[in-house]
Design a protein around this ligand. Structure first.
Ligand SMILES: Cc1ncc(COP(=O)(O)O)c(C=O)c1O
Length: 419
């Protein structure tokens, strides 16, 4: 098959494609402990509410038929957008109206549009990048650039919290030296580390973006105001120069592929124009269901009262277990401040994170090797190959068994290479 440059890029076996394929195949293997993917937990109380919302839609005259039978505009469902704008205005105090919101095909669809809109070759010949202020960052950004080399990531500072936990912080000195940003972007909380950029750090990044006259993209897929999987006392942040990307996925609706962008009218118009070309219109069922949850006053309260405490207690228990089982192993865990991942840093790991991943897979535990989470980071940094990402969203017995095997295998690896 003869392919264009684009065709070659989009079909190539990039590291992430191979990994996702591997994860997908392992899923069908019976007994595999899935600590690898980004699927949210099936939380019974959340699912019950969504079921109830769907039932009300089914019972309302013509509502279901419209939800499945009509295209929306490229910007997305007007009724949902209107109630969401009112909610954000009321609850967060943001000066947003319906012209500040667009829906996309998952938030992944929004990143594809935004990154290619702000990074790459400009009309004046310059080449601009998406500046990721804190590596490691989300694996799903890696391959969305239509042009190669669209990311620049900055190595963070490390704070040691106790004998197990550590935390990354933005190294503003390094960050401010970067001068080729077309936009700045970070996930809040961060996939893979569970790091939560503080309000002060976020505001400092907002000021930096303003000085550079570039947008600040906040990836709030797990964050604020919903689904609110945040364990620190951070607040939702937005300004007219900020592009906040949210999603219904981690709320519990990943199959409905609904992303939400809150931004200036100009950006929203641009996203809508791109959506028209790429997919005509975004998913209407996700919007209809989420609108029903807003009517019932459940969209924020479920996050606050059910989803956040659920993951918080999972994180606490996983850390407690690791504190016991990793004793004597030189491993540190990033302080979990949100999302549903643990980032394990095995210091001076004698094998690569890929080999560690293979050894765990052979023992029936699926994780994600850390090396894929550093898009745009130049230079050598040992940590690239010393880390694993583990999801604690699966049922508790699975996570417990998986963590025990990981600790046991790590002990074996270190002692094997000791002599
Ligand atoms: C940090 C982050 N951003 C964005 C996404 C994309 O999610 P979706 O396209 O389902 O909204 C994910 C998915 O796992 C994620 O982890």
């Amino acid at each position: 098959m003869k392919l264009s440059t684009f065709g070659q890029k989009i079909t190539s076996n990039s590291g992430i494609n191979l990994l996702m394929d591997d994860l997908g195949r392992a899923l069908s293997e019976k007994g595999m402990l899935m600590l690898g993917g980004g699927n949210p937990a099936h939380i019974p109380e959340v699912q019950q509410c969504i079921r109830g919302a769907m039932q009300r839609i089914l019972e309302r005259d013509g509502a279901f038929e419209r939800a499945i039978g009509d295209y929306d505009s490229p910007q997305g469902n007007p009724a949902f957008i209107e109630s969401l704008a009112a909610l954000l205005h009321r609850e967060c105090g943001w000066d947003v109206g319906p012209r500040n919101i667009a829906l996309t095909t998952g938030s992944q669809g929004a990143f594809f549009i935004l990154f290619n809109m702000f990074a790459g070759r400009y009309g004046d010949g310059s080449f601009k990048k998406i500046l990721l202020p804190l590596a490691p960052e989300y694996i799903g950004y890696s391959d969305v650039g239509l042009e190669p080399g669209i990311f620049r990531a900055v190595q963070p500072e490390i704070e040691y919290i106790d004998d197990l936990l550590f935390k990354y912080h933005v190294d503003f000195q390094r960050l401010e030296a970067v001068d080729d940003a077309g936009a700045i972007c970070f996930s809040r909380p961060t996939n893979p580390t569970g790091n939560m950029m503080s309000d002060e750090e976020t505001q400092r990044l907002m000021r930096l973006a303003e000085e550079r006259d570039v947008p600040l993209i906040i990836d709030g897929a797990y964050g604020l105001p919903f689904p609110g999987i945040v364990f620190s006392d951070a607040a939702p942040q937005w300004s007219p120069r900020t592009i906040l990307c949210m999603s219904l996925s981690k709320f519990g609706l990943p199959a409905l592929r609904t992303g939400i962008v809150v931004a200036s009218e100009e950006i929203i118009a641009a996203i809508s124009a791109a959506s028209a070309i790429m997919c005509l219109a975004p998913n209407r069922i996700g919007a209809t269901l989420a609108n029903e949850l807003i009517r019932e006053d459940k969209l924020l309260s479920l996050g606050r009262d059910v989803i956040r405490p659920y993951y918080q207690s999972r994180a606490d228990r996983a850390v407690e277990q690791l504190r016991r089982e990793l004793r004597g192993i030189d491993c540190r865990v990033h302080k979990p401040e949100g999302a549903f991942f643990l980032w394990l840093w095995f210091r001076d790991l004698p094998i690569s994170s890929q080999e560690f991943y293979e050894r765990l897979k052979a023992r029936g535990v699926l994780v994600v090797p850390g090396r894929h989470f550093f898009p745009g980071l130049e230079g050598e940094w040992k940590q690239r190959d010393e880390c694993l990402r583990i999801s604690y969203a699966q049922n508790e017995a699975t996570v417990q068994r998986g963590l025990s095997i990981i600790a046991d295998e790590a002990r074996k690896i270190y002692s094997q290479y000791e002599r």
